[in-house]
Ligand binder design. Structure first.
Ligand SMILES: NC(=O)c1ccc[n+]([C@@H]2O[C@H](COP(=O)([O-])OP(=O)(O)OC[C@H]3O[C@@H](n4cnc5c(N)ncnc54)[C@H](OP(=O)(O)O)[C@@H]3O)[C@@H](O)[C@H]2O)c1
Length: 440
């Protein structure tokens, strides 16, 4: 009997026919999904000795992923909000994989305090992390504010994973780690001792380098920079590489106790003063490089020295960041001219658009769009690549006063940053502001 006559007999009825059709549809969708799947079974990757962290690991995709990673020998940290559900998942995965190294960590991704305390614990338990799966998320929750004033859904699905990823990463940390791995004695210059110590422990564990040093400096405070430079020059009379990497972004006009605008102080005046104070040590090294981490956004800035003290022309949102990077790019040329023939080269570089913690101070809609595009923009390891190129590449010996694009190519910076007269004027203003003309 043909299929259609079979389906249309009264024995089956329209309900059964519908059921069969749904069944067939489901079967074909499943088969189609199967053809789209990556062939997991034939992937030989062994994860013995590796550590993986999976958020939202107590159910759904997170649980399956955790189990597969554990089966392949990884030490998996199940990062769960509820201890009780986490313990149930842990017991299940342990039973299925016979893996006794599984760890359970409690973290509520909608609470930044909880994430920070989880990250502290995690970095002590696992100084090296090979895989972080930001899996946890919520859906369908009406607008609700967390006690920290964030929307619960955005906090859990975006801000939390963003903070967690970045507590474990950053361009500066990647650069420091790579330099230490190549035998340099690296000084981590950090504003927060606690965060600095964590980065130090991680880099030490990853590189087995015992010579790393941690120095405390707040680059928005000229007093702090002077005291850091005094300490540093005693510890390291010769310096071969200075990476002016620290910066802030998205902070509205705010004056520091020393009367400088916080963004300009951190991103421009601080690096200007530090480079000057370390000039002797850089020259003593015989051959040294200074790298100013700039940004392609410098092309959107404009010159107004009064911005340095929180005055001057109007700044729309984020323009203080663009303008501060323009000043840093401009002063790079002036440093290069002044240091010509001393063996010290000074260049600036755009790392490209990188998904890092610098975005944490941006408004929510900006952070959200960065999160959406985070799959397409660079991660910190990729962002560190141009900075490492300027630090390490042999062919750059003797090249100074240049601006490098994110693809490590020399390109002209903004027009204003190419003008030596503008840079000279900026130099004079900066010397006055930092009291460099007075004996230290
Ligand atoms: N991410 C991007 O898309 C992008 C694009 C172009 C250029 N850049 C540049 O790349 C560089 C690195 O940024 P990132 O993306 O890696 O961001 P990040 O992870 O936030 O790193 C910025 C670093 O600067 C430090 N810092 C901020 N204010 C400081 C102060 N007053 N004193 C001392 N240290 C201070 C931060 O320390 P805390 O931990 O204490 O905050 C942090 O270690 C910056 O110069 C940035 O402008 C980034």
């Amino acid at each position: 009997m043909p299929l259609w006559s079979l389906l249309s007999t009264q024995v089956w009825g329209p309900g059964s026919v519908l059921l069969i059709l749904v069944f067939l549809l489901r079967l074909s969708v499943r088969l189609w999904h199967k053809t789209q799947l990556w062939d997991l079974q034939h992937c030989p990757t062994d994860l013995t000795g590796k550590t993986a962290v999976v958020t939202g690991a107590n159910s759904g995709i997170g649980k399956v992923v955790s189990q597969e990673l554990a089966r392949r020998g990884a030490r998996v940290v199940l990062a769960c909000r509820s201890r009780e559900r986490g313990q149930r998942a842990l017991a299940e995965i342990q039973a299925a994989t016979k893996d006794a190294s599984l760890l359970l960590g409690e973290v509520d991704l909608s609470s930044m305090a909880s994430i920070r305390s989880f990250a502290r614990w995690l970095l002590q338990e696992c100084p090296e992390i090979h895989l972080l799966v930001n899996n946890a998320a919520v859906c369908g929750i009406p607008r609700t504010l967390t006690p920290e004033g964030l929307d619960l859904t955005f906090a859990t699905n975006y801000v939390g994973p963003f903070l967690l990823t970045n507590l474990l990463q950053g361009i500066g940390k990647v650069v420091s780690q790579e330099l230490a791995r190549r035998g340099a004695r690296v000084v981590l210059a950090c504003r927060s001792r606690e965060r600095g110590q964590r980065a130090l422990a991680e880099i030490q564990a990853a590189t087995k380098d015992a010579s790393l040093l941690l120095g405390e400096v707040d680059l928005s405070s000229m007093a702090s920079i002077r005291s850091f430079a005094r300490w540093l020059l005693q510890e390291c009379p010769e310096i071969h590489l200075l990476v002016n990497n620290a910066a802030v972004c998205g902070i509205p006009r705010t004056l520091t106790p020393e009367g400088l605008d916080l963004t300009f102080a951190t991103n421009y005046v601080g690096p200007f003063l530090l480079t000057n104070l370390l000039q002797g040590a850089l020259q003593r090294a015989g051959s040294a490089r200074v790298i100013n981490v700039s940004s392609s956004w410098q092309t959107q800035g404009y010159f107004d020295e009064e911005h340095l003290t929180g005055a001057g022309g109007p700044l729309t949102f984020n323009q203080n960041y663009y303008c501060s990077k323009l000043l840093l790019t401009s002063i790079t040329g002036e440093f290069a001219r002044r240091l010509q023939g001393t063996g010290v080269t000074v260049n600036s570089v755009d790392p490209g658009l990188v998904y890092t913690e610098i975005m944490r101070t941006l408004p929510l809609y900006y952070r959200f769009s960065f999160w959406i595009s985070s799959f397409f923009i660079k991660d910190p390891t990729q962002g560190a690549n141009p900075v490492l190129y300027l630090s390490l590449a042999k062919e750059l010996d003797g090249i100074s006063g240049k601006y490098f694009s994110r693809s490590c190519v020399i390109i002209p910076p903004a027009k204003a940053a190419q003008d030596p007269q503008v840079a000279q004027r900026l130099w004079n203003v900066s010397v006055k502001l930092t009291n460099l003309d007075k004996v230290d």
